[in-house]
Design a protein around this ligand. Structure first.
Ligand code: GMT
Length: 377
């Protein structure tokens, strides 16, 4: 199949999912065209069957806001015609589903009927999409998609509750490529670079937005390090990072917390990690938790959104109510103070992650694409 994938190219779950999906589809022989405003961070351009087309939005003094949707839909029209693309798969409803629908209409005018699959990722429904300024356009573009998927049952439920949706929504969970992870690699982890042998290593990875509750991450760690020797690795960048650095100083733990910024070496970091923290306000899925689990790292998370569909209570980690940092720290200590328990949770984390192996999930997308293409034959 010839498939155009539209996504955000930046660090963040939806872009990562879209990129990994495209790369695996390409390995399976499909021709994949990534169409976005810059090269997706995890995209290796030298892969066979992978193309990348940049969307340019020329500056003009009249524009207060650059008309990205217009440029994206025009680019989609051009690329579909040039490469004879058979299907559009847009990740994150805003504005991709809207731009995709416009492209479909323009192509229809020229006698080309192309199906569009829209994948809902989370904030496009909950935090952003639900805003009254966007809601009519988001509802419209979900209803006008040929097929709609959501990354968890919880996100599907939220979509049906918040929007007037007439379309079916199929749940296709996010996935992970297990074999790629360092847990099965021959290269040993460089644990001693980060911590003393007696110290436990705790990690948080995110885009440091408010929804991630970064102060909770620091407070959980603060409670942990009062009981046991430990280090915290904070990976990623975003609006809450500076405040987090100040909070560490206020609490006097700045020498135990390392801020890395964005990294392309997530597996290497997770390889050193004993426990992952994800106390988010809401999380449609929690890809970062799954990435941790695939590297044998148990997870302490909140129980909001789709997190319980990924992190299994008492198996791969523990879940608590949003903001209950005391319980999260207690649960972390239950795992971290007992070597055999830690090993058991590590094994469980990997076992649960294996249920989300890309090899199990990808056929669901392939089947959906085939159904979408058949719709217009
Ligand atoms: O978490 C973010 O703020 C980024 C966002 C994105 O679109 O990149 O993540 C969302 O999509 C991910 C991939 O499907 C999910 O794993 C995240 O849970 C989801 N984030 C939220 O729902 C807050």
């Amino acid at each position: 199949m010839k498939i155009a994938i539209v996504c955000y190219p930046t660090f963040g779950g939806s872009g990562v999912v879209a990129t990994e999906l495209g790369l695996e589809l390409a390995r399976r022989g499909h021709e994949i065209h990534f169409i976005t405003y810059s090269q997706p961070v995890r995209l290796a351009l030298l892969s066979k069957n992978v193309h990348y087309h940049e969307v340019n939005v020329p500056e003009y003094p009249l524009f207060h806001y650059q008309p990205y949707e217009l440029a994206l839909s025009s680019k989609l029209v051009d690329m579909v015609k040039l490469y004879k693309i058979e299907l559009l798969h847009v990740h994150y409803a805003i504005p991709h589903a809207y731009a995709g629908y416009m492209a479909k209409q323009m192509l229809k005018d020229e006698g080309i009927n192309i199906p569009m699959v829209t994948t809902l990722h989370g904030t496009d429904i909950t935090l952003v999409g639900n805003h009254p300024f966007y809601k009519p356009a988001v509802t419209f573009s979900i209803n006008k998609s040929d097929f709609v998927t959501s990354v968890s049952q919880s996100l599907k439920d939220a979509t049906l509750e918040l929007f007037n949706i007439k379309n079916e929504i199929e749940v296709i969970p996010n996935f992970i490529e297990i074999t790629k992870n360092r847990v099965e690699s021959d290269v040993p982890c460089q644990r001693s670079v980060m911590a003393e042998p007696s110290e436990r290593i705790i990690t948080h990875i995110s885009n440091f937005r408010k929804v991630k509750r970064i102060p909770d991450v620091i407070k959980i760690f603060y409670n942990i390090q009062k009981q046991i020797p430990a280090k915290l690795m904070m990976v990623g960048d975003g609006p809450e990072k500076e405040k987090a650095e100040h909070l560490c100083q206020e609490l006097g733990i700045e020498n135990k917390v390392i801020f890395f910024g964005n990294s392309n070496e997530i597996d290497k970091i997770l390889c050193l990690t004993d426990l992952f923290l994800l106390p988010s306000e809401t999380e449609s899925f929690g890809l970062a938790a799954l990435e941790a689990m695939a590297c044998r790292v148990p997870v302490i998370s909140s129980n909001s959104g789709g997190l319980a569909e990924v992190n299994f209570e008492g198996v791969s980690g523990y879940l608590s109510d949003v903001g209950n940092v005391e319980e999260m720290a207690e649960n972390a200590l239950k795992i971290l103070t007992d070597d055999s328990k830690l090993e058991e949770f590590k094994d469980n984390a990997l076992a649960v992650a294996k249920q989300f192996d890309i090899q199990n999930i990808l056929p669901l997308y392939e089947a959906l694409y085939q159904k979408a293409i058949n719709k217009y034959l």
